[in-house]
Design a protein. Sequence first.
Lengths: 297, 320
Amino acid sequence: MAGSEPEGARPGRSPITIAWRRFRANRLAVAALYIIGLLYVLAILAPVIAPYDPSAIENVLTTRYQPPSWEHLFGTDDFGRDLFSRALYGARVSLSVGLLAMVVAVVFGTIYGAVAGYFGGIIDNLLMRLVDVIIAFPTFFLMLMLVGIFEANIVFLVLILGLTSWTSTARLVRGEILSLKEREFVEGSRAIGLPGHLIVLRHLIPNALASVLVTAALMVGGMIGAEAGLSFLGIGIRPPTPSWGNMVSAGQDALLVAWWIAFFPGCLLATTILCFNLLADGLRDALDPKTLTRKYV
Amino acid sequence: MLLSVENLATYFFLDEGVLRAVDGVSFAVNEGETVALVGESGCGKTIVALSLINLVSSPGRIVRGRVVFQDEDVTQATAERLRQIRGRGIGMIFQEPGAALNPVRTVGDQISEVLRAHQAPTRHEAWRTAIRLLGDVGIPDPERRANAYPFEFSGGMRQRAVIAIAMSVGPKLLIADEPTTALDVTVQAEILDLLRSLQEQHGMAILLITHDLGVVAEMARRVMVMYTGKIVEVAPADALFDAPCHPYTKGLLASIQHLGARNEPLEGIPGSVPDFLSLPSGCTFHPRCGIADSSCAAEFPVLQSVGSERTCACYKVRSA
């Protein structure tokens, strides 16, 4: 790659292509991306891969608390269920909740921030003071309360997590838009008579997308952690539907006699969150032109 | 008459006070002619340009006057009508061609977008037109270049692309705000040539805003000189260069470095452009003027006729 031809020598090399080439140079981030990809593939293929029914309970007394073996890769739990199968199905819940909640937060936050930043003035003021109010709310207790009132299912969790964490994206996007709209090409777009919605959609948001992408990657890790936290406390995804969070929770009582029950889902959680953080790091380095020089100094 | 500006005033309402960036400016532009608006940086030239398409943003505001473009007052136009005038009626090109293009989208995409916002071509038609426009402004291999991003263009090519965007929907008036200031001298000449040939083909009028009197001499038939938000002299270009009337214009001309005149010291204008928030009383140029006396501090001179097609805002010159 290096030394073949200078960057930008050939037309049609988009900023995305260039960012991708720089991202690929970061081995750790690429590895993280592959691991995340693998986890999602496994989650999607769970029904095909899982060797056992994740909730089947048979002959509890003979099958319970079996340590990891070739028959049960992650061992079995106190009901004799195969933990590898449960971890695969749990991945579906944890990974989809994390990703979808991020999408909700990022889409809502981006639109909100873009509106505030583009219109500015009193609209900006009102919208941002509302964000201040929402941030002042202790999110975790709000979640606890809402989950206590309503039945928690996946859709509900996605909405709760998404709608309590869009504020940081909104602030970020607003800031980006505020500085972008003073740029000459935006004034130029207005001077040539482009309608406002096109200016926001085609000129402002695409230029703010780089930093949104970085927070989005960071956010997925946070969301997966938050879902696990809620499920661990027994107010997120409820058993028998497996999620990594409630699997760790189920294993904590038996930690001394059957360490594997909490250990494997715990490892999966930690790995996933770590990988998303590494991915976000890699994206930031790839998208921020200033880091290019740093690497070679 | 294509454009007539009547007593235009655009003020900025700052915490420190009211900044009178454009204060009572009147002029006209005829179809197909090239008029230059010259003055030092920060004299209000760009604000005049932005006012013409009603694009001054807060805390600035047009407080007085009319901008009549093709019998329609731009300052009173609805938002949708204004959007049509911008682009189709009046196009604008900017000083920094690098900054005037969106860095994350291809050049062809940005031209077709403007076409689609004003007319209703299909995506394919717009793209074909964009390629033709890039060819018209002298970009080699436009088919391939349409797919390029602005950072893959040189400064001169970017300015050509910006001109292609401004010309895309056929404006009757092209405002060129310092179109060559950020470019190399050789590229400057190419861009000016391009503007002239586009004008011959399409017959649009050009309002050339610049501080570069060399550019003015090459391009404009008529010149307006601006100082602290007011027009102080209007004259045909030849007459202005031969015999400037206003002391400020004389100063400007005296500060040009002539090639081959290496040992002559540049004269320049004593002092510096005054702070807009605390302008001198009367004629704002009087503290820097060689011929001013106490009467100059009393009131700002009105533009008076001083010959055929010439006006000048200086009492001392007229009485002399």
